[in-house]
Design a protein around this ligand. Structure first.
Ligand SMILES: CC/C=C\C=C\CC(=O)SCCNC(=O)CCNC(=O)[C@H](O)C(C)(C)COP(=O)(O)OP(=O)(O)OC[C@H]1O[C@@H](n2cnc3c(N)ncnc32)[C@H](O)[C@@H]1OP(=O)(O)O
Length: 728
């Protein structure tokens, strides 16, 4: 776990725990033993700590976190004990850093007396995103190097800094070229003693005059931008303690704040999220078709069809990842509008200093706009982002099939349509796949990739790899109407429309959802995505299923239907773009949603016409109804084999809908509420709303609930009543 060797008078201790040298108990013990061995050897004059493989260290081993007692134990060897041994050692200790030096890894480096790194190294404290804080004195040590404000920013944001930035801040003593170990040993040989100020606990926090002001400003920002999260607040308080208290008391305060977080439900949710988004990327169809064995086709060039909002955002994602794009529109007017959209997105990046003007110009050089679809004949992959209409997409795919080289992968950005029906229009269904981006496509991290019955493993591997290349979090699901994202979101939002029909107003529902942690209430989301878009989807579905949808519709095939959204559409309220939807905006495209009495009148008149008596609805009922409806549908997706594990559903909600990370995702939330209770409440709602079929409890949920056990999420799929439909 930690390998010890001697090079002349220098002891080298190599951290070795692949793939990222997470500081497990075993590694920390090995490190402790190594340092003690070096101390005890009179021939050794200095010590170098270095990482094996790709990284110095990714920090504490998160898989060991559930056993809080182990992490914080005063018995045995903890990060804190080894830190003390390193700092108090009379032989200079040098941390030699490459790859990432995160969390506990950076704390080890800050216990060391000197720090060197290669140019490409990254250093940071990402603990906040795991719902905790750097608990091995990082909150007391970093400010002593970089000052209060920088330490506060780094620890509260969790964002890493580059080696050159770390050098500028004084975290690093030197950036080295060439072989890191050779340079570190050479450097260590020049050291004889440990000066007093090289032990950071002896150093005062510099530049802390305005700490109170910075603290208050940051606290206000956290409360506004990270509403509901407790970790950033405790991180901030811990860093403040480094200014307010002597070191020995500061570390006690840090420990108290750390323990508060470590035992919180939020930390459990955030740590689950870390592992679930990694689990979700590991797709598995069979022993010969899975993420481990299936080969991808390299995507060197891509085509995007449709230069509307989605198409332009998709093009930006590809272009900014260095993939040349041929952008196709049907006429030069639409093409020009798309180019302008792309330019304005990139210009936004320049303004935010994410790229320079010259980088933007270079990106535009690899964009080839055209109105000729034939120009796509030799690209490796095409993403279609045209209007959501099956016939239109089928015609387009049929055309692409004839134009493109045989191995071009054909992707559809459809958000609902069956991939098999699109693939049917080609002679290469194995090359057809769904790539469902979320708006705005250049920003939203999720990519819901959808395979059909004929999609090949090679095609799946290609889009999964491409997703990562363009910095998306990919989840693979099976085709069906709406896939996982829209299938589950539909039940959530439909239930909330019923809540409005029964008694609450849209802003009251949205307030409840935002208090629960959603970044935006569902009615504000509707206004953003366009009320006309939802209306068109409902109309198309009605036509496809052979019924007529009007503003008087109350039931469809015996199923309850709420027509309020259709009435909002009929009133010409299409959402933000028209300056009015469920809310009123100051102008078309405006962002500030204001309650509109006209909307309330539409709702109240609707209820009057139908003879509905409105009632008070509690916050608990609203959350239960929307969340449990989505969760039940999530279980159905598992039963149908559309999703293969709950982590996929949770990752989709975290990164597609901004579900609060500290709640882990709807399926994790269900596990925290308890599946027995979720099941009981679903049965209760079914009794009260028998005309809504989403309240028929999933059989899988029922089986788990009735098992009488607290079944961990990792075992849920064992309860699938139709395991052959599952991909695991
Ligand atoms: C008294 C208390 C004292 C101290 C407390 C200290 C707190 C901490 O240190 S908390 C840990 C803080 N560190 C992090 O949050 C880092 C998390 N990891 C990452 O950011 C990334 O994984 C990465 C290291 C940058 C590598 O990224 P990438 O190359 O994209 O690979 P991944 O798929 O993300 O990871 C590969 C593999 O490694 C596992 N892993 C990564 N970090 C950890 C870790 N800290 N603990 C345990 N496992 C870790 C990750 O889950 C992946 O595992 P797979 O099984 O292959 O999915």
């Amino acid at each position: 776990m930690a390998e010890y060797k001697e090079i002349d008078s220098v002891a080298v201790i190599e951290l070795k725990n692949p793939p990222a040298n997470a500081l497990s108990k075993a590694l920390v013990t090995g490190l402790n033993n190594g340092v003690k061995r070096a101390i005890d050897n009179p021939r050794i004059k200095s010590i170098v700590l270095i990482g094996n493989g790709q990284h110095f260290s990714a920090g504490a081993d998160i898989t060991e976190f559930p056993r809080v007692a182990d992490v914080t134990s005063k018995q045995g060897v903890s990060l804190l004990t080894v830190g003390d041994v390193i700092e108090s050692c009379n032989k200079p200790v040098v941390s030699a850093i490459h790859g990432v030096c995160f969390g506990g890894g950076l704390e080890i480096a800050l216990f060391s007396h000197y720090r060197l790194a290669v140019q490409s190294a990254k250093l940071g404290f990402p603990e906040v995103s795991l719902g905790i804080l750097p608990g091995a004195n990082g909150t007391q040590r970093l400010p002593r190097v970089v000052g209060f404000e920088v330490a506060m920013d780094m620890i509260v944001s969790g964002k890493p800094v580059s080696a050159p930035q770390a050098l500028q801040y004084g975290i690093l003593d030197k950036i080295v070229d060439g072989d890191l170990l050779t340079a570190a040993v050479q450097f260590a040989k020049t050291l004889n003693t440990v000066p007093h100020d090289r032990r950071l606990k002896n150093v005062p926090v510099p530049n802390s005059e305005n700490a109170n002001k910075h603290f208050e400003e940051k606290l206000a920002k956290i409360k506004q931008k990270q509403r509901g999260y407790i970790a950033p607040i405790n991180c901030l308080k811990a860093v403040k303690a480094s200014v307010d208290l002597p070191y020995s008391e500061g570390v006690t305060k840090e420990f108290q704040l750390f323990m508060e977080l470590m035992s919180s439900a939020q930390a459990r949710g955030q740590q689950y999220s870390f592992f679930s988004e990694r689990a979700a990327t590991k797709w598995y169809l069979s022993a010969s078709k899975n993420y481990k064995v299936s080969k991808d086709i390299p995507v060197k060039t891509a085509g995007v069809i449709g230069a509307g909002t989605m198409g332009s955002g998709i093009a930006v994602s590809l272009l900014t990842s260095g993939i040349p794009v041929i952008l196709v529109e049907q006429d030069s007017k639409n093409l020009e509008r798309g180019i302008e959209l792309i330019k304005s997105i990139l210009q936004g990046g320049v303004k935010l200093k994410r790229m320079t003007q010259s980088q933007m110009n270079q990106i535009l050089q690899i964009l080839q706009p055209t109105t000729k679809i034939e120009d796509l004949q030799s690209v490796d992959l095409i993403i279609e982002a045209v209007f959501e209409n099956l016939k239109l997409k089928q015609e387009l795919f049929s055309k692409l099939d004839k134009i493109c080289k045989r191995d071009t992968v054909l992707c559809s950005n459809t958000s609902t349509l069956d991939i098999d029906k699109i693939a049917k229009s080609t002679s290469r269904p194995e090359k057809v796949v769904g790539t469902h981006f979320f708006a705005p496509a250049h920003i939203m991290p999720l990519l819901e990739n959808v395979y059909g019955n004929h999609t090949s493993a090679e095609t799946i591997a290609t889009v999964m790899k491409l997703s990562k290349k363009i910095r998306k979090i990919p989840v693979l699901v099976k085709t069906c109407h709406g896939f996982v994202a829209n299938r589950t979101f539909f039940e959530y939002s439909q239930e909330l429309r019923f809540v409005v029909e029964e008694g609450l107003l849209p802003n009251e529902v949205d307030d409840i959802l935002e208090d629960f942690g959603m970044p935006m209430g569902v009615f504000k989301v509707n206004d953003l995505s366009g009320i006309d878009v939802g209306w068109r989807i409902r109309q198309e579905q009605a036509i496809a299923n052979g019924f007529n949808l009007t503003t008087n519709t109350r039931y469809i095939n015996g199923e309850r239907y709420c027509a309020i959204a259709d009435k909002i559409f009929q009133a010409g309220r299409y959402g933000r773009k028209t300056g009015k939807g469920w809310y009123q905006y100051d102008k078309p495209g405006g962002r500030v949603a204001m309650v509109d009495p006209n909307v309330n009148n539409i709702i109240l008149n609707h209820c009057k016409e139908l003879g509905l008596t409105r009632r008070k609805i509690s916050t608990q009922e609203v959350i239960e109804r929307c969340m449990f409806a989505a969760i039940n549908e999530g279980f159905r997706c598992l039963e149908d084999g559309i999703a293969s594990k709950p982590e996929e559903i949770d990752t989709i909600w975290l990164h597609g809908f901004g579900f609060p990370r500290y709640r882990g995702g709807p399926m994790f939330y269900a596990s925290q509420v308890g599946l027995r209770k979720v099941y009981e409440r679903i049965k209760y709602y079914q009794k009260h709303f028998p005309e809504t079929s989403h309240w028929i409890a999933s059989e899988m949920l029922q089986r788990i609930a009735e098992s009488g056990r607290n079944v961990p999420i990792s075992e849920w799929t064992k309860f699938n009543p139709t395991p052959t439909s599952s991909r695991l």
